[in-house]
Design a protein around this ligand. Structure first.
Ligand code: NAP
Length: 205
């Protein structure tokens, strides 16, 4: 049987318990063999907001997932010397693995609703099942407007505990408020020791 791999795509700025719970819930519900977290490199669509450096986001993702047997972290997008596009990432995963695995691309609903602006998005249904992990109370109305071929391969999974957001964590850190128990302890220490999110949204070099 083909290996079933969840590709957890996101900026992870920073990674938090909501992401980890979402990954675990998808793994369980879809019977995935493993989950690979793929922090974005240079997000093509985020030129209007400075994002923390890829190496810091990668390091935090490693710290958050260390010791979880089924969780892995990939540098695929971090190491790419051009903007990171999901279609390229999925093709790379398929090329690298023999026999061919079955891929499940997992991301947030906000991100997925803009899928019609992504590079070669109509190729995605032939490469993977699309999975969105949604927060409780989130409107899923926009899903009906997605192209039919996308809807056909789309699975919505509501994560009851996914009430945390990276935006909230960044603003708490900036205001000197506690982020304890919102992110794994090692991620909290990394953010404190490196002074991330303290003054502004300007990334470290
Ligand atoms: P993002 O800013 O990281 O997240 C957008 C929303 O989804 C936020 O609410 C976020 O919550 C949530 N989220 C992020 N990753 C999630 C995950 N794996 N599971 C559940 N919820 C998640 O999103 P992004 O960086 O724009 O894009 C997400 C993914 O889509 C990335 O893999 C990116 O490469 C891909 N994408 C591809 C293209 C393209 O191919 N051209 C364009 C856009 C996006 P938090 O803020 O709490 O994280």
């Amino acid at each position: 049987m083909a290996e079933k791999i969840g590709i957890m795509g996101g900026t992870f700025d920073p990674i938090h318990y909501g992401h980890l719970l979402a990954a675990e819930e998808c793994r369980r519900q879809l019977a995935l063999d493993r989950i690979v977290f793929v922090p974005t490199g240079t997000p093509p669509h985020k030129r209007n907001r400075a994002v923390t450096s890829p190496e810091d986001r990668y390091a935090m993702t490693l710290l958050a997932t260390a010791g979880v047997r089924e969780f892995f972290v990939s540098r695929t997008e971090i190491d790419r010397d051009r903007p990171s596009h999901t279609v390229d990432t999925l093709e790379e995963f398929l090329k690298q693995s023999a026999p061919q695995p079955e891929l499940f691309f997992i991301t947030g609903l906000d991100a997925l609703l803009s899928i019609a602006t992504w590079k070669d998005y109509m190729q995605l249904p032939s490469l993977c099942t699309l999975v969105t992990a949604t927060r409780p109370g989130y409107s899923v109305a926009g899903v009906d407007a997605l192209p039919i071929d996308i809807r056909r391969v789309l699975k919505l999974i509501e994560i009851p505990q996914f009430a945390i957001s990276s935006t909230e964590i960044r603003s708490r850190a900036r205001e000197g408020r506690s982020i304890r128990f919102l992110v794994p302890h090692l991620v909290e220490s990394y953010i404190e020791n490196c002074g991330l999110y303290r003054d502004s949204e300007v990334p470290r070099i």
